[in-house]
Design a protein around this ligand. Structure first.
Ligand code: DGY
Length: 413
């Protein structure tokens, strides 16, 4: 199969996963609109349908909560194949949504889309919504100046060992019986375990019981961890938002200041033991015990740190393909279990965006080549074993197709 054939297949996947204004990540496993998946889908669409790219982002922001939060799942239409569905979340919103957010990559991708295909009128309409979402992160998910997550699903890196310290303290009393659906779609060995799911549901229960009072979730919820990945993503996203503001003739001083303040707060995330930025439990101060893709996203934010660079380079050299979600040298490394080791084309693409901005073209080209190789041999799967390239998780995956089109198969990305 040639790269041109793969281009056509990738476009077909985006089109087949289009449910009318929004794209599902993959049929079966993820049958609704997911937040960061959609932002990547928009980037993919921008390579062949500019109008559809902007529509994807507009549909995502049509579900924005009055407080600015953009939810991680939007349940536009019913589907029994996913758990926990809208009745479990009980958001009380129209459309029904989950009650937590997901990595705020939309501003980063909106800027790249605008650079590629234009669309200033549509970007102008989106700008205040992006700003309101970033403000929500500041007001509702901040501790010690760092972006935090109140649920591992909010990080998008669900069962990453980054969250093990906070997960250990989550009380699962009273969650009741439930039936998972994910393991009916893909191999259970590639998914989070039951102990993880019990805790995930305890956190959803807390949110639902307090009527999704976001300040209460931050202050009293069962879980709150500083997330290096979201912190780095927000630093970059706020700088991109400031650049967008300038393009639009608006004043971007506010998001620019937010980025600077967050960068100044980074020492709170510095682990002396790891010699790297690491996830940290806000309640106990405990650091995660391994370097992960969370630290690697420092490259997206352009955060310079010689010690960490050395650690990241060593981690990358321990695998054959892409940046792993967890360090192969760590006892917690599992090369095929979701975020405990596999490499994810979307994360590689975000890191590449940072490498390009920093002028690190050789590293960017290596990451692009390794990611493209995974897709050429394994297909458009959700994620991959970084040691031998085995394709894992869901097939015909929207974001992998999008990453192929927008970055992995492009010299000019
Ligand atoms: C899931 O259900 O596995 C999702 O990652 C939650 O967003």
């Amino acid at each position: 199969m040639t790269d041109t054939d793969l281009d056509a297949m990738a476009r077909d996947i985006l089109t087949a996963n289009d449910r009318g204004g929004y794209t599902i990540p993959t049929a079966g496993l993820y049958p609704f609109q997911w937040n960061w998946d959609s932002a990547f889908a928009a980037w993919g669409f921008s390579t062949f349908d500019a109008d559809r790219a902007w529509t994807e982002l507009e549909t995502l922001f049509s579900a924005q909560w009055p407080g600015g939060m953009v939810p991680h799942i939007i349940f536009h239409k019913p589907d029994d194949g996913y758990f926990p569905g809208p009745d479990v979340w009980a958001s009380g919103t129209m459309p029904a949504t989950s009650g937590i957010s997901q990595p705020p990559v939309a501003a980063i991708l909106a800027r790249l889309i605008h650079d590629r295909v234009g669309g200033t009128v549509r970007l102008r309409a989106l700008y205040p919504k992006l700003l309101a979402w970033h403000r929500w992160w500041r007001e509702s998910r901040m501790a010690h100046g760092i972006a935090c997550i109140a649920h591992p699903w909010e990080s998008g890196r669900d069962n990453c060992p980054d969250w093990d310290p906070g997960m250990a303290n989550v009380d699962t009393t009273g969650i009741g019986p439930y039936q998972r659906r994910d393991t009916g779609h893909v191999d259970a060995a590639m998914r989070p375990g039951k102990e993880d799911y019990d805790r995930y549901l305890a956190m959803v229960k807390f949110g639902r019981d307090c009527g999704w009072d976001q300040a209460k979730i931050r202050d009293d919820g069962p879980f709150l961890m500083g997330d290096p990945a979201i912190t780095f993503i927000l630093i970059r996203a706020n700088r991109d938002l400031a650049a967008i503001a300038e393009d639009l003739g608006e004043d971007g001083a506010e998001p620019a200041a937010w980025a600077d303040e967050m960068e100044a707060a980074l020492p709170w995330l510095w682990s002396d033991e790891l010699q790297a930025y690491a996830a940290r439990d806000v309640r106990t101060g405990t650091f995660a015990s391994a370097i992960s893709s969370g630290a690697a996203l420092g490259l997206l934010a352009g955060v310079e740190n010689a010690q960490m660079e050395e650690k990241l380079a060593a981690m990358w050299d321990r695998v054959r393909y892409g940046i792993p979600s967890n360090d192969p040298a760590a006892p917690s490394f599992e090369p095929r279990r979701y975020w405990r080791g596999p490499t994810w084309p979307v994360v590689n693409a975000l890191i590449a965006v940072g490498l390009t901005s920093a002028g690190r073209h050789a590293d960017e080209a290596r990451l692009r080549r390794e990611t493209a190789e995974l897709i050429r041999t394994g297909g458009f799967f959700e994620y991959f074993d970084p040691m031998d390239g085995t394709a894992c998780g869901g097939d015909k995956f929207t974001w992998t197709a999008a990453i192929w089109l927008a970055w992995a198969n492009r010299e000019d990305a």
